[in-house]
Ligand binder design. Sequence first.
Ligand SMILES: *Cc1c(COP(=O)(O)O)cnc(C)c1O
Length: 440
Amino acid sequence: MPTLQDCQQRDAADPLRPLRDLFSIPAGVIYLDGNSLGVMPKAAAARAAEVVTQEWGQGLIRSWNTAGWFNLPQRLGNRIAPLIGADQDEVVVTDSTSINLFKVLSAALSITAQDSPSRRVVVSERSNFPTDLYIAEGLCKERGFTLQLVEPQEIAGALTGDVAVLVLTHVNYRTGAMHDMPTVTAAAHAAGALMVWDLAHSAGAVPVTLKTSGTDFASFGSSKSADFAVGCGYKYLNGGPGAPAFVWVHPQHANRFWQPLSGWWGHASPFAFTADYQPAPGISRYLCGTQPIVSMSLLACGLEGFEAADKLGGMAALRAKSLALTDLFIQLVEERCQGYGLGLATPRDHAQRGSQVCLTREHSAEGSGAFAIVQALIARGVIGDFRAGDGGAHKDILRFGFTPLYIGFEDVWNAVEHLRQVLETAQWKMPEFNQKHAVT
Ligand SMILES: *Cc1c(COP(=O)(O)O)cnc(C)c1O
């Protein structure tokens, strides 16, 4: 069984360890929630001050040109592209994940309406992140499509000749289970459907290959290259609360359709102020209106972490460390927290695991205790989160994200030791840990 000393030695030998210094982590905190809101890059505070006092305060409206505000969505998109296996000029940073999903799903439905109008079904996973399902539900209603929700093992069987679009999240937010992206994409294409991926829990967490090289193209979509993708700026990319999201469209689709939010920032020449809309070529048409420049500027600081990691092996090295961290956490929980009714919701198979570990807890008359256990851990500085189950097949979840940029092996040891103490002393039963707040 690994010891605390083993964990400390692994940190000392870890070539990625210096990256932790790029981030501001409060003293006494072990932050296992970077999958929900990433930590603050140290550079962000000075950058925020510079954007506000210099670029806004002094530069004023000139900064759209002189500070590069106007093309910031494209410049940041080009920096995200290598993290998701896309090429330059195919990604823009803009709006939120929910809004970007609306745009790309709408474009996918328009393509289907033109190419194969008899296909009227959108398939997704019942346990997909709710906003993805709500956006899909709303669009399907408006456009006369049917939304069909299935369990992960039912996806292949659901891909019938009626399916227009398969929309999935690559890494499941509740369980940390990861889809095999090229295989699922190929299955969707073999069935004649378009593939939309949500990378909210993948970008910056696991290597992603949206485009496969080589065997392009059939009538649409090379078999394994996805068609559309969206993802989140404030999770593993450490862009800050509410940081803008990103959107990717395969170049073969980018010029085919207007996205429905055809605002002036997606116009070919916004400053011509013409009365009619002419979409910009390529991915820029996926912009809508004026961007939140202060917030967007801070996303650059988050991306610097990955650019620093590039010199140390990049996403492959980060992935290897992430798996080592999650393996260690699973092993220590199973050894040291035995007998307290904990289960594992995250797959053991590396190929099916994202960068988080989700534990379940057996229900008793007083509930699962999962919420209160997480609260007791937070009071000790171990910040994870709780995700409610549905009372049926989906159980209450204690969720722990492991961000290899700044989490170490000793952190894992200490987190498990706190968990053991919370369970052993039944500290979680104290009333103060059983009061729910607006945000869990
Ligand atoms: C976090 C997350 C989102 C967030 O969407 P917002 O529009 O930023 O609120 C969307 N989809 C998935 C799968 C997520 O995990």
